[in-house]
Design a protein around this ligand. Sequence first.
Ligand SMILES: *Cc1c(COP(=O)(O)O)cnc(C)c1O
Length: 363
Amino acid sequence: MEKLLMGPGPSNVDPRVLKAMSQPLVGHLDPDFLKIMDSTMECLRQIFKTKNRLTMPVSGTGSAGMEAACVNFIEPGDKVIVGVNGVFGARAADLMGRIGAEVTEIKEKWGSPIEIEKIVKAFSAAKGKIKALLLVHAETSTGVHQPLDEAGWIAREEGALFIVDTVTSLGGVDVRIDDWLIDVSYSGTQKCLSCPPGLSPFTANERAMDVLRKRKTKVPSWYFDFSMIEKYWGSERVYHHTAPISMIFGLHEGLKIILEEGLEKRFARHMENHVYLRDELEKMGIRFVVEPAYRLPNLNSVYVPAGIDEKKVRMRMLSEYNIEIGAGLGEFAGKVWRIGLMGHTSRKENVDTLINTLKKVMG
Ligand SMILES: *Cc1c(COP(=O)(O)O)cnc(C)c1O
């Protein structure tokens, strides 16, 4: 039974991706597979809008990419600043702390973006050099679209790395790694790239790779150590770990689909369907959590109307109509629904189906 996945991810997968994943296996050093690896890297560079040599999928889900970003470029005792206005900023701060970084959290109300003034203040209040600033571009727990065009300049001026979580933004809204001076970014396959979960597209520039080369301590994770991984994905082809071959077949096809559609067209489609959904929800008296200027088109957080049992509605949508929408997390639990319009799922007919069903189920 095919279900309509309109939650915070995974999103629906294009049948072409499923077909690509079911191809017979080849060896992970087979010249035919190496060609697919190279092509996957090239497609990812276009989608991340970067020239970075190290641009490849990390084996593991989005959180694996987050972990790789922290363990490779941060050492115990390093000072880092992390924007925390939802679950994923909090996860990044937790991860940084676990590897021994001294973390300054810039806290913001859930549903609001991190203010640029607070970033400037955090840098100037820091005693000693800040090693990195980490921000979440698309906070999936709240639906906030974090502006990124200024933060990179501040980090660069302060000599810090700028690390950005693009798990939910990549393929749904514009991501400009090079223009926005982002040094390191990790994403995920199951949100707006519309592939199954299991890989984390990753990019790091030479500035970041220099930081890795000059580390005083070994990268504490063997599995995520880019000084070895880059030799497998680079021209040396030194075995590190067996690439998840079928996953990469699927991702490669998914990336080709995105480039065939065209990035700007894809972003416009996400925006159009968001506007259509917003208008229909507002007609029903349903209100959005996030201010219009900071709303993600691909993740719509809305308040559950008073008197509605949110869980009952979600469960009936799923069991009777095969439509999945997301619950609120953390402080939004029980108060908010999260409606995803990501990648392949972002279509007008899906919005119609959702609205009609929601009307029926809410009665
Ligand atoms: C989903 C998500 C993650 C974690 O990805 P997993 O694939 O669940 O490990 C990290 N950051 C953001 C913003 C996400 O939406």
